[in-house]
Design a binder for this molecule. Sequence first.
Ligand code: IVH
Length: 691
Amino acid sequence: MTAASAQRAQELRGLLNTAAHAYYVLDAPVMEDPVYDRLYRELLELESADPSLVTVDSPTQRVGGTPAEGFSSVRHRIGLLSLDNAFNAEELGAWYGRLLRVLDREPSEGQPRPALAMVGELKIDGNALALSYENGVLVRAATRGDGEQGEDITANVRTIGSVPLRLQLDQPPAWLEVRGEAFIPDGVFDGINADRQQRGEALFANPRNACAGTLRQLDPKVVAARRLDFFAYTLHLPDDWQGQRPTSQWDSLQWLRDAGFKVNPNAELLPDLDAVEAFFNSWDGGRRQLDYATDGVVVKLDNLRLQDAAGFTQKAPRWAIALKYPAEEAPSKLLRLTCQVGRTGVITPVAEFEAVPLAGTSVSRATLHNADRLDELDLHAGDTIVVRKAGEIIPEVVRVLKELRPTSAERLQLPHTCPECGSTLVREAGEAATRCINSSCPAILRGALRHWVSKGALDVDGLGSKLIEQLVDRGLVQSIADLYRLDAALLSSLERMGQKSAENLVSALAASRQQGWARQLYGLGIHHVGEVNAKALAATFPDADLLQTAACNAPESITAVFGIGDEIAQSLQQWFANPSNLQLLNGLREQGFSLALSADEQRRAEAASSERHLSGSTFVLTGTLPTLSRSQAKELIEAAGGKVSGSVSKKTSYVVAGDEAGSKLTKAESLGLTILDETGLQALLGSPQSA
Ligand code: IVH
């Protein structure tokens, strides 16, 4: 080891650890990523040239080497207790009463209760960790386990960026213990599950499970990729430590912050029980805006001397209580399995169960998504299920409590026939969805009608679901086109329809004929053709005939439309191949629909394209560009209004040439055309005024 490299290594550790703290804990980066990477690599090189330079607090030691065989068990220096729960103000008051009693501070008759200052903290719904530091360096991290013994997961916890490997203390105590909560931010969790879904792996039920599963991963590299985070909330110092020692929970939080930990910023010092209640209520709504799951608030007596005096019960401190928000998961009894038939014929199984209050509403139905999910849950008649509703999210069945299953209960499956029309359901290989493919199925027709009149489509006022149901049930409407045959006399004979509203509806329908081609196309409800795609398609294929010809004979002209891929091209092809859809188009034409761009749409399309700064310019691409693929370059040019052509002529505005450009470049040079490299193209794309 040379003195110079030892000194440089120390310098680098300091720089990198400070940068990591700024990034992970303070959320205020002080170093650009490439700079960090460069310094990190320099340290790595020094260390691999001379392994004696490696220290336990080196940032290179965050991502541990080899996967473990298993975890060894460790005894906690100080036991990890749990918390007692309170679910309402009454239970909170009762806890406070007990606390005053053990502290011998009960008021005398007729006197108000004395106020004790509390710290209110959010209760993070993650996994408790115990971190041990010796002389300021992280030496061990353990799970809670049974509270006395946990599992040694040090290598995994090292990968958590917000856990300091070395504390920012000048004179650290010989040992100290920090407790806190490891968690996976919601955004990261969604990404993990999306990834798993794509790979066909089982999904994590919630961020807490994902976090627990991750902490017990044998390969620290997998843990590092999952981007866990950590909030510290408890500090234990040796009794004989002579340094600056906090005397309250509030000061402990600041102490932890100063030592380099991430502490949840939403804690508050609360003077009395009213303030505690206000704190609890104030977070009931706001917590859903946070990027991590919380299931309540934790209320802690602020004064550490009083905490000591209050002591512990068998399992929990007397000086703290978890004040929980109403459960968002609850058990219920399954009543029946029903099926919904969507407008595209997709069958969605729905569990109906005894109503339970969840997240502020009463819930009695939850979607089961598809047959796979139904199989996975393994639902049986009469099962007791766990239902969840998270905030605004639609309710879902989390799992079945199999222990409570009635004996010889029948296993529930999707029916083989459509519950609406009785035709045989189909499920294509590789598809999650089971479908009814009878295009005159009343459920599909109702869905198609609802979609046709919806806001983004033909936007017809006064034709709600109930009315649509009547029209379909009575056989008055058998296709979208039939809507335009209805007259006020007939409509006013229906339930809850007066003469006036019948007349209004007839004129609203008549007026809807004037809606543009893009809305009509969207209104047809073709699979994958949403509002945006419909607009793009309508602009390129100005009427239904042109679209049909392209879909059936030249799918590549469909995928050439910006933003339109194979999936949509295929879906269009299938749609036009179905005779009943062609019949529908004819029916609409008979009812006065042109199924073509309106004059208004045409004008707007022209205006929009001339606004795009490269419209009127023709590009030829040749050779390999350093970063953009051919198709990426083409998409970018077209999005800016330009055209891409295959051959160079006098009319070519620009030739974009990359490596190994061939004869096109030579020709361009001989014609004296403007030749761009990728940087030039990017400049042109990026700045409208340069065109
Ligand atoms: S203090 C002895 N503070 O909730 C008291 N716990 O239900 C130890 N938790 O095991 C806990 N956020 O995993 C405390 N701000 C917070 C917390 C918190 C979440 C967890 C912790 C504990 C569980 C008890």
